[in-house]
Design a protein around this ligand. Structure first.
Ligand SMILES: Cc1cc2nc3c(=O)[nH]c(=O)nc-3n(C[C@H](O)[C@H](O)[C@H](O)COP(=O)(O)O)c2cc1C
Length: 385
């Protein structure tokens, strides 16, 4: 279906097969509250939470099955097929999966170092930097396919960068980020039953958390791409919460060379590709971009990123009195941010916000709280634009 709908490529799920994706997913996630929040802005989806066993009998559990799935996808006409593989500490098992994918006709491998919930695989490898590199080297030694390492943005900046750089040194051809983020979808407070979780036959919850995906995690994926762009010199595949073309452009402007979507296709169906492509094309025409490369990473080319907020601090908060209505929301933000100090910098005087600069720490909270845009920040000269 994906190939017919016009998708340029597909990646197998370690957990599901291409043809059966939707059914298998529904079978392994709860019947209710698959997603929380209102489409299209910030909804979230959680997979595998509450499933009695994370491993479903129809999952790809053997290299032979992976080979078959990849072959089926190629035969169905999917132009590019990536094989997403994930194993534990057994490096030979990774290599066997890689070879099976190659035999099935895969165009590249995606090493899943980032699944947030399956015990013993995924994110466990994502924090074992030595093992990550060993896997890459072993695969590169035996298998001719290009390799992309999939990292989870829920790592600290330092670990994420160290992990990505290590993968590049070990020989990966690309990095993708992010996988789903471990999370819990909340609780129905009337029944005290967690959302998006199933009970087993004895009434026990098997898992309270799962992999959260969809637009709610977009800021997390964007941050990972932005941080990695200036650190690694290989293509980056941006993933997380893309459900319309604008989000794909955001990922690309922050440095993603290509993007992946998962949840949005499950919710809206394969035909969403048409709107994504036409929206992107119209945008590129309007802006005079001839190729994707014209705007990949444009943010960091236009604005220096890196020292922001670390070496240089905002110098001063400025109030535009013509825009200030004296509503006091800035004062509330200031009180809440600095209540631990027992003092704050904002006050309302003669119907206007005023700042006590001796107390102001330039935290920016007033600026974000202001509904009329009356507060701005004066940066150190090098970062003023
Ligand atoms: C039901 C489901 C199954 C997934 N299975 C895998 C998997 O097997 N391997 C993997 O690397 N990522 C897997 N993911 C993560 C997605 O590929 C993607 O990284 C994540 O959902 C964020 O993107 P999205 O917001 O577009 O869904 C899965 C996600 C969902 C929702």
């Amino acid at each position: 279906m994906g190939a017919k709908a016009g998708w340029p490529g597909a990646i197998t799920w370690g957990a599901e097969t291409i043809g059966d994706t939707i059914q298998v997913t529904r079978g392994s996630i709860p019947r209710e509250f698959k997603f929380i929040g209102k489409p299209p802005q910030w909804w979230a989806f959680m997979n595998t939470a509450g499933s009695i066993k994370p491993i479903n009998p129809r999952q790809i559990t053997s290299p032979e099955r992976l080979e078959e799935v990849v072959r089926k996808a190629k035969e169905a006409g999917m132009p590019v097929v990536g094989a997403n593989i994930s194993e534990g500490e057994n490096v030979d098992a990774w290599v066997n999966d890689a070879l099976a994918a190659e035999k099935g006709g895969a165009d590249f491998l995606e090493l899943n170092y980032s699944c947030p919930y399956v015990p013993g695989i995924g994110l466990v490898i994502g924090v074992n930097l030595e093992l990550q590199r060993a896997v890459i080297k072993a695969i590169k030694d035996k298998c001719g396919l290009p390799v992309m390492a999939k990292l989870n943005a829920a790592l600290s900046t330092e670990t994420l960068i160290e992990s990505a750089k290590g993968c590049v040194v070990a020989g990966v051809d690309a990095i993708s980020t992010t996988n789903a983020i471990a999370g819990s979808m909340g609780v129905d407070i009337e029944t005290a039953r967690p959302h998006a979780c199933d009970l087993d036959e004895t009434g026990k919850l098997s898992m309270l958390s799962g992999g959260v995906s969809g637009p709610a995690i977009k800021p997390i994926g964007l941050r990972a791409v932005a941080e990695l762009r200036s650190e690694v010199d290989v293509p980056i595949c941006g993933i997380g919460g893309i459900s319309e073309w604008e989000s794909a452009v955001e990922y690309m402007m922050l440095g993603a060379n290509v993007v992946q979507l998962c949840t949005a296709v499950m919710i809206h169906g394969f035909p969403i590709i048409k709107g994504l492509v036409s929206g992107l094309e119209a945008f590129m025409e309007r802006k005079g971009y001839r190729r994707i490369e014209d705007f990949v990473g444009i943010v960091s080319k236009k604005y220096p990123i890196g020292a922001f907020g670390v070496e240089k601090q905002p110098r001063k908060m400025i109030i535009d009195e013509a825009k200030c209505t004296g509503c006091g929301l800035c004062l509330r933000a200031c009180e809440a941010s600095y209540s631990q100090l027992g003092e704050y910098a904002m006050r309302i005087e003669d119907g206007l916000a005023k700042i006590d600069y001796d107390r102001c720490l330039c935290c920016n909270c007033c600026m974000f709280a202001c509904p009329t845009g009356a507060i701005s920040v004066e940066w150190e000269p090098a970062y003023s634009k």
